[in-house]
Ligand binder design. Structure first.
Ligand code: PLP
Ligand code: COI
Length: 354
């Protein structure tokens, strides 16, 4: 990989884990093999009707050389919610976690260990049955691949500018917004290109019905900090209403913030409130596994560009990012039971044994 930055999702580790499903046999055992191209019929149903779901979680390197996954059980549960929405077979959560452990453990020597680096694991499921019938497929492949990654944004600690388009939406009530299915991301790409053309990094998504309420930010959840009359900060994130993906990072930050004594609220945030420029919204950030916590410096709409706070990462944003990273990288104890050691990736004890 030379001296070039790793980037995000550009390099892959040596192994992958695979399992297959049919109605008669259910899931096969998970098998570890070399990371290699898949053989797929051109009639495989995933290619035509989009039965494809995925997850994203990281194995974090620790100072003692071991690796730990972050809340893999939560990803396994969300995977099954996505599967149910796309009429795909559920996978026992223990099998999901085992497959992640297998890849992380087999490729522990390929996990980068610099600041902010980790092994991103990408579990996914696709419909492999060759058929053009418009119905749930009868054959599926589940796989986990691994990618050594840097922070998602090249300049990870700077505040990003976001583009709010009221023309196109990510998810509508009753749709697939709360599932992690491939089509949601395909539909977002043209809008992301629009954001980039506007000089912004990501898209701020509004609700489909009123085009008034902030829902998500790119492929991340959205938070802001507001001040009430007395000046006390309140950490706010939109409620999970069926159109928002229930992020593990979102859930973890809500918990960490309230344990730090920050008041939290899950309530709707309007674009008007966010861009009022009246000083009430002092910070905003996005969060997700890939990018962790990303400060938002400004919001651009068709009409104007509004700076959030002083345009720089806010105090609460920075504190939450540091607290979360300290737990994930094992720099401080995990009082929540979120960290999950990767078996077999634990180094032999160093020094004389007593
Ligand atoms: N929202 C969307 C649409 C996502 O794709 C993701 C990433 O998985 C998130 C939010 C954040 O979820 P998590 O914190 O579990 O990574
Ligand atoms: C995440 O894992 O945080 C994501 O946003 C997934 C993305 C890379 C598609």
């Amino acid at each position: 990989m030379g001296t070039e930055p790793l980037g995000f999702g550009r390099h892959f580790t040596g192994h992958m884990a695979l399992a297959r499903w049919t109605p008669e046999a259910g899931w096969s055992d998970v098998e570890l093999s070399a990371h290699a191209p898949l053989a797929l019929s051109p009639a495989a149903m995933t290619l035509h009707y989009g039965q494809a779901i995925f997850e994203g979680l990281k194995a974090y390197p620790r100072a003692d050389g071991s690796l730990s996954l972050f809340r893999p059980g939560a990803n396994a549960e969300r995977f099954n919610l996505s599967a149910a929405r796309l009429a795909m077979p559920e996978l026992p959560p223990a099998v999901f976690v085992e497959a992640c452990e297998l890849v992380a453990s087999a490729d522990a020597d390929q996990v980068p260990r610099g600041p902010g680096q980790s092994l991103y694991l990408r579990p996914f499921m696709i419909a492999t049955e060759p058929s053009l019938g418009v119905r749930p497929a009868l054959e599926y492949l589940f796989a986990v691949i691994g990618s050594p990654v840097d922070h998602f944004f090249a300049d990870g600690h700077q505040a990003i500018d976001v583009w709010c388009s009221s023309d196109r939406i990510r998810a509508a009530r009753g749709g697939t917004g709360a599932a992690k299915c491939a089509g949601n991301y395909a539909g977002s790409l043209a809008v992301k290109a629009e954001a980039v053309a506007q000089g912004c990094h990501e898209v701020l998504w509004l609700d489909a019905e009123e085009r008034r309420w902030v829902e998500e930010l790119g492929a991340m959840n959205f938070f802001c900090v507001t001040r009430d009359e007395g000046g006390a900060p309140l950490l706010v994130t939109p409620p999970l209403s069926g159109t928002i993906l229930a992020g593990n990072t979102r859930d973890s930050l809500l918990r960490i913030a309230s344990d730090l004594g920050v008041r939290v609220a899950e309530r709707p945030v309007s674009l008007v409130e966010l861009t009022a420029g009246d000083g009430r919204v002092t910070e905003a950030f996005a969060c997700g596994t890939a990018a962790s916590v990303v400060p938002i410096g400004a919001v651009t709409t068709k009409e104007r560009r509004v700076r959030i706070g002083d345009g720089h990462p806010g105090k609460i944003t920075t504190r939450l990012r540091d607290e979360l990273a300290a737990i994930q990288y094992g720099l401080q104890p995990d009082p929540y039971g979120w960290t999950h050691p990767v078996p077999g990736a634990t180094p032999a004890p160093v020094g004389p044994s007593v």
